[in-house]
Design a protein around this ligand. Structure first.
Ligand SMILES: NC(=O)C1=CN([C@@H]2O[C@H](COP(=O)(O)OP(=O)(O)OC[C@H]3O[C@@H](n4cnc5c(N)ncnc54)[C@H](O)[C@@H]3O)[C@@H](O)[C@H]2O)C=CC1
Ligand SMILES: C[N+](C)(C)CC(=O)CC(=O)[O-]
Length: 321
């Protein structure tokens, strides 16, 4: 089975936070992009988001021919996907909606064009159930902001051909990403399963009055958050075991896993908890607009990415290592 891996035209269905991030990334890589989104005013909102991302993409470096003008917004699913070499769906996270959308997308797309879904955790075997040529359908789960963060989790469903997973990986690499093949189809995949555990505990801490949202964010950004950009939890904890490494770390800190430090069930989202979280994050936002904070985030990310890249090079490593 062969699938298209050299792409010229990228189709984006759904152009909210994530869809617009894909559009910006694809445009910055010099592709033609066709987008569709059923919401009124979606085209203007998409162009505004892409324009807000563009300074960061210029700083990172645009591919030859890259231009925001190569974005065409169309009126139908069929027109969006008909001539596309690669298709990325970023519609709302609802199983029924994705099922219906993918039956239409796949019926109109070229049979050898890979279809990726940005879903955060729905199962591809379920929402590609009525797809035409389901063997080319995968999950390509990105991270916000999609135009800067390299990680994309690639997950196949029960009908996905192994060659399609490899083809999707090739395409995502051509877009400057770092694909991670998730070996088993599980809800939440790898990264969101980890992020969800952190999020759940953070909500418990607010609910129990232990900390404000700002204090919890401080606990992340001045500590583990700094080291996570270049070293994951397993290697970090190996170093925390000293010269004796992970075996000593397990002996010393393993027993704490049995202590009731964490809660498995999520807290009930009461009106008070929602208010506390919204009020806390409003205080953190202060007078800054979301767009201004997005530019601040992008600037910080570019600096971190560059620092990690040059430091790894000094240690004989490639960025992808
Ligand atoms: N926001 C995030 O942090 C992340 C979200 N995702 C995933 O990306 C997908 C999209 O999420 P967001 O961009 O955050 O949502 P969003 O709400 O920002 O955007 C969704 C867009 O889909 C459009 N839409 C509504 N019905 C549609 C339909 N039938 N077909 C196509 N588009 C339709 C909406 O008009 C909206 O513009 C979801 O599957 C989500 O799980 C993945 C990674 C991170
Ligand atoms: C909150 N979320 C589950 C939609 C987050 C993601 O899927 C990835 C991210 O960007 O954190």
């Amino acid at each position: 089975m062969t699938f298209i891996t050299t792409i010229k035209t990228f189709a984006a269905l759904g152009s909210g936070v994530i869809g617009s991030g894909w559009v910006a990334r694809a445009l910055a890589h010099g592709l033609d992009v066709v987008a569709w989104d059923p919401a009124p005013g979606a085209e203007a909102a998409l162009r505004k988001r892409v324009a807000n991302a563009w300074p960061a993409l210029e700083q990172k470096g645009l591919a030859a021919g890259a231009s925001q003008e190569r974005l065409r917004f169309v009126d139908s699913i069929e027109e969006c996907v008909r001539d596309a070499d690669f298709i990325q769906e970023s519609a709302p996270e609802r199983l029924e909606l994705k099922l219906d959308l993918h039956s239409k997308i796949s019926a109109a797309a070229k049979p050898d064009a890979i279809i990726g879904s940005s879903t955060s955790g729905l199962l591809p075997s379920e929402f590609y159930e009525s797809a035409t040529h389901p063997e080319r359908c995968v999950v390509g789960h990105p991270f916000n902001p999609v135009y800067l963060l390299p990680l994309v989790e690639v997950v196949g469903g029960k009908n996905t051909a192994p060659e399609a997973v490899q083809a999707a990986i090739k395409v995502y690499e051509s877009l400057g990403m770092r694909p991670l093949h998730v070996r088993k189809e599980v809800p939440g995949f790898i990264a969101d399963r980890l992020l969800e555990a952190l999020w759940r505990e953070a909500l418990h801490l607010v609910n129990d009055g232990v900390a404000t949202t700002g204090e919890i964010d401080d606990a992340i950004r001045f500590g583990a958050g700094l080291r996570w950009s270049f070293m994951g939890t397993f290697l970090t904890y190996t170093l925390a075991g000293g010269d004796a490494g992970m075996r000593h770390f397990m002996a010393q800190f393993g027993p704490a896993l049995q202590l009731p430090w964490t809660y498995l069930p999520a807290p009930e989202l009461t009106a008070k908890l929602i208010d506390d979280v919204v009020d806390g994050t409003s205080a953190q936002l202060g007078n800054h607009s979301i767009a201004a904070l997005e530019r601040y985030r992008d600037d910080c990310l570019l600096a971190v990415l560059e620092a990690v890249k040059t430091t790894k090079a000094r240690h004989g490593m490639a960025f992808e290592d």
